[in-house]
Design a protein around this ligand. Sequence first.
Ligand SMILES: [Fe+2]
Length: 209
Amino acid sequence: MPIVSSDSETNFVPDVSGFKLYDLNERGKGSKNISFVLANGTMHSHSSEIPTGRYKKAHRHSAGTHVHAVTGVGYSLLWYEGDSKFVEIPWRHGIMYVPPFWMFHQHFNTCDKPARYVACSLGSRRYPFISLRRKSSEGGGAVSVQQGGRQIEYEDQDPRIHRKWLEALRQTGVTSQMGDTFDEPAILSLPPEALTGVIRTPQSIGPAT
Ligand SMILES: [Fe+2]
């Protein structure tokens, strides 16, 4: 598999907090990313950064991805299709967590700086090892669930998600940069009954692929 410009083929990353990342707007405006091909092996690793006042789109994938928070402060939400409550994981430097197989997860920056993490899993771009990892390495992680992919587009997500984040930003004093995507006054004025029940998730069109 060819190495693309957003890959780094290496066996040593001296400072992951300052390593050059590349734009990956498909995962959310302003997102940055790089994939590492580590020592020509089967272990995948990538680093992503969420800009201030923004968060990433939700997605899901195979099991075993270890997410290590490197810089910044925020939280992640995890849920399965059909769930009524989110699992929330607050994070800062030193926190590591593992989204389970096919569980949606979404990463939110709530601080006044970009937030960066490193994720590691079995299955590199060069040697994906399992078919689900091969799909990820081919870009499937950024295709809408409604088109057979694994990502929830902003316009398809449950209103609780943006509401909760706006409330978190109110605590940290950070200004949302996502008002061009969401009608934030309308979301903040939703009545409690609009913020309960099964988490709104777009219809997927098939099994895990
Ligand atoms: Fe993920």
